[in-house]
Design a protein around this ligand. Structure first.
Ligand SMILES: C[S@@+](CC[C@H](N)C(=O)[O-])C[C@H]1O[C@@H](n2cnc3c(N)ncnc32)[C@H](O)[C@@H]1O
Length: 325
C-alpha cells in the first residue's frame, strides 16, 4: 500500500497545476496508453511529469516493494546502509526500499530527466525515512563506466528495458559492481521478462547468487515465446487513474518481473508460486517453479492438513516448501 506521506506528496504535486493543464496532461496520458504507437508516454511539460507520477508511481512502488520484500525475506541479515537506484524516475524504488530496509543511511538516484528529478526531490522531502528525504539526486545518463558511488544495494526499476539492448549487459555489470545485492524490476510482459532473463544470465556470469524469485541458479525452465515469469500486485486506483483508464474498477493489478542477486551465497525459496493459486472446495492447485524439477503443477488437498492450510494462504509470487503437493 502506498505510504500516506507519498500519497499526500503526489496529491500536493498536482495542486501546482491548473485544472486545464492537468486535463491536457491526462488527455495526453490517456492517448499514449490507448495507442502506444502514438509516441509512448513522452513527457512534455512539468504538469505531464506530475500527472504521470501520480498515475504510475503507485504501481511501480508496489511492484518494486513486492520484489524487494521477497528478497528481504530470504536475507534477514542483510541490512544495507547505502542504496544506488539507477533510472530512478521520481523515486518509487527508493521509497519502497526505505520502507523495507530502515538500515539505509545514504541513497543516490541517477536519472537523466531534470523535471523528473525536480519532482522526485520534492516528493522525497515528505518521506518519514531520513535517508529518502536526504537522497542525492544525480543528473546523468546511465552508461557503462559512468562514475557512481559504491552501494550495498543497487536497484533498477522499470528502467533497464528503456536502455539500448546492446548496452544492457554492461549496465548490469556496472550495477552489480561491488554491490552486496542487486534488484532489477521490469514490467511483467514477455519483453520485460526477456530483459530480466538476460540480466539474470549476466548476474550469474558475474559470480552472483540468484536469490529470488528463482529456487535455483540454473537455466530458467520457462520456454521463451510460450510463457513468461511474472508476478502481480493489486493496488487501489486513484481518481486520476480512473480518469486515464476511463474505467470504474476500484483496483489495478500491476504485473512485474524481477531478479534479485547477492554477491555471497543466499538461501533460496525451495519453490516459488507462479500463478494465482486456484482455490476450489477442499483443494488448492499451484503452479510452481521448483529447485529440482523445473515447472510443476501440484494439487494440495484438505487431507494434507497443515500443508493445505498453508496452500490456502499462499499468494502468487510467494515461496513454497519444495515441490510438495
Ligand atoms: C519508467 S521510468 C521508471 C522510474 C522509476 N524507476 C520507477 O520505478 O517508477 C524510467 C526512468 O528511467 C529514466 N531513464 C531512461 N533512460 C535513462 C538513462 N539513459 N539514464 C538515466 N535515466 C534514464 C527515465 O527518465 C525515467 O525516469
Amino acid at each position: 500500500m502506498l505510504p500516506d506521506a507519498l500519497r499526500a506528496a503526489l496529491d500536493q504535486a498536482l495542486t501546482r497545476y491548473s485544472p486545464q493543464e492537468l486535463s491536457r496532461s491526462v488527455a495526453h496520458l490517456t492517448e499514449s496508453y490507448r495507442t502506444p504507437s502514438a509516441g509512448g508516454t513522452h513527457l512534455r511539460t512539468q504538469a505531464d511529469v506530475a500527472a504521470y507520477a501520480a498515475y504510475r508511481m503507485p504501481a511501480t512502488y508496489a511492484a518494486a516493494g513486492a520484489a524487494m520484500r521477497q528478497a528481504a525475506a530470504l536475507t534477514p541479515g542483510f541490512q544495507p546502509a547505502t542504496l544506488l537506484d539507477a533510472g530512478g524516475g521520481t523515486g518509487a524504488a527508493i521509497w519502497a526500499a526505505g520502507a523495507i530496509w530502515p538500515s539505509l543511511r545514504q541513497v543516490t538516484v541517477i536519472e537523466h530527466d531534470p523535471h523528473v528529478i525536480d519532482l522526485g526531490r520534492r516528493l522525497a522531502r515528505g518521506s518519514e525515512a531520513a535517508a529518502v528525504r536526504e537522497t542525492t539526486w544525480r543528473h546523468a545518463a546511465i552508461r557503462p563506466g559512468l562514475d557512481r558511488p559504491r552501494a550495498d544495494l543497487t536497484t533498477m526499476s522499470y528502467a533497464l528495458g528503456e536502455l539500448p539492448e546492446r548496452d544492457r549487459p554492461d549496465i548490469v555489470r556496472w550495477l552489480a559492481d561491488s554491490a552486496a545485492m542487486v534488484i532489477i524490476i521490469e514490467p511483467g510482459t514477455p519483453a520485460g521478462y526477456a530483459t530480466i532473463a538476460a540480466a539474470r544470465e549476466v548476474l550469474s556470469g558475474q559470480g552472483m547468487t540468484i536469490a529470488a524469485p528463482c529456487p535455483h541458479g540454473g537455466r530458467c525452465p520457462i520456454q521463451p515465446g510460450r510463457d513468461w515469469c511474472h508476478f502481480s500486485v493489486r493496488l487501489p486506483r486513484s481518481s486520476l487513474h480512473r480518469q486515464v483508464k476511463a474505467g470504474t474498477l476500484s483496483f489495478e493489478d500491476e504485473k512485474f518481473s524481477y531478479v534479485a542477486a547477492t554477491a555471497g551465497p543466499s538461501p533460496r525459496a525451495e519453490a516459488r508460486v507462479l500463478r494465482h493459486p486456484q482455490k476450489r472446495k477442499g483443494v488448492v492447485s499451484l503452479r510452481l517453479c521448483t529447485a529440482d524439477d523445473g515447472l510443476r503443477d501440484v494439487i494440495v488437498s484438505k487431507r494434507q492438513g497443515e500443508l493445505y492450510r498453508r496452500a490456502r494462504d499462499v499468494d502468487w509470487g510467494d515461496a513454497w516448501p519444495g515441490g510438495e503437493g
